[in-house]
Ligand binder design. Structure first.
Ligand SMILES: Cc1cc2nc3c(=O)[nH]c(=O)nc-3n(C[C@H](O)[C@H](O)[C@H](O)COP(=O)(O)OP(=O)(O)OC[C@H]3O[C@@H](n4cnc5c(N)ncnc54)[C@H](O)[C@@H]3O)c2cc1C
Length: 269
């Protein structure tokens, strides 16, 4: 499961970029039209974009989506908690709707630095598709779905499928939905980062545990509430290891943390 990065660090700065068209759409339809016309790159908070430039990204055009109101805000309805892809980390954590999922705001509040939290978006964190970014871990644990839109198609897919999603037909992430049935609650452990992180969601009588490392896409396991932590962690695939950590260590340490997190959720319930 470990993939070496295809792009290498190169000596480039944004000043090395050639001038390019900048689109500022105000609706999703305008953004999709601009993408189609220019073959450009979506730019939300831009914090990952500049890392991409240093790694060799040379966009033909920028589609700066920050003004699209329909991709902002949080709402709750019978389908769950909906969060716009353009919400920054800080805006998300401050939204009262997040109280519907105990533990989520606390976990999210630990991500990144003050400057980044103010600028970086939910959509950018997921769509950068970098293993070391954390929202895919939290949202996979919560069974969230991503609404991907294209000119002719709209698809709701599990967040864990975004890693492999074909962005040709549906290039834009519009929003995320967390189902609220059976009162989900979340515990998150990132004290071992970058070696590993672990999220645990309890939903009624069911648990979902997610393990991730700096280099590996999140792995998840569903189990009943009374499941044994060691047994859950022993389900880690044989190839779940990376240059920094062995599978055996992940199973051992992961079991210890999982026991603690199950107890933490017991207290929250
Ligand atoms: C110093 C620093 C520290 C950080 N620490 C952490 C950390 O501790 N934990 C963590 O999880 N992350 C961390 N990050 C990552 C940060 O959270 C991401 O950079 C951020 O979430 C990306 O959001 P953005 O809006 O800036 O994305 P952008 O840079 O605008 O975009 C990122 C990518 O996503 C695409 N994209 C953006 N929005 C959409 C959309 N709606 N639909 C389709 N594609 C889209 C863009 O085309 C681009 O490929 C850190 C980043 C920095 C620079």
């Amino acid at each position: 499961m470990f993939h070496s990065p295809s792009a290498r660090q190169v000596a480039r700065t944004p000043a090395d970029l050639a001038p390019m068209p900048l689109y500022r759409p105000e609706t999703i339809s305008e953004a999709l039209a601009a993408l189609h016309e220019s073959g450009g790159t979506i730019y939300a908070g831009g914090t990952d974009f500049f890392a991409g430039v240093r790694q060799g990204l040379s966009p033909k055009a920028l589609i700066w989506v920050a003004a699209i109101a329909e991709m902002k805000g949080c709402t709750i309805d019978s389908n769950g908690l909906h969060m716009g892809a353009l919400n920054t980390h800080d805006e998300s954590v401050a939204a009262p709707e997040l109280d519907a999922v105990p533990g989520l705001a606390e976990a999210w509040s630990k991500i990144a630095t003050v400057r980044i939290r103010h600028q970086a978006t939910l959509g950018g964190n997921l769509m950068a598709r970098r293993e070391r970014y954390e929202l895919s871990i939290l949202l996979t644990a919560l069974g969230a779905t991503a609404r991907m839109v294209g000119p002719e198609l709209q698809v709701d897919m599990p967040v864990q499928d975004l890693w492999q999603a074909d962005l040709e037909k549906t290039p834009l992430l519009a929003s995320i939905t967390i189902p609220l049935d059976n009162a989900p609650m979340l515990a998150y452990e990132r004290s071992m980062r970058p070696t590993f992180t672990q999220a645990l969601c309890r939903r009624g009588q069911a648990l979902r545990c997610v393990m991730a490392t700096e280099w590996l896409q999140p792995w998840f396991k569903d189990a009943p509430l009374d499941a044994d932590a060691g047994q859950m962690m022993s389900g880690l695939p044989a190839d779940f290891h990376d240059p920094a950590v062995s599978r055996a260590h992940l199973v051992r340490a992961g079991s210890v943390f999982l026991k603690r997190q199950i107890a933490r959720l017991e207290d929250l319930a």
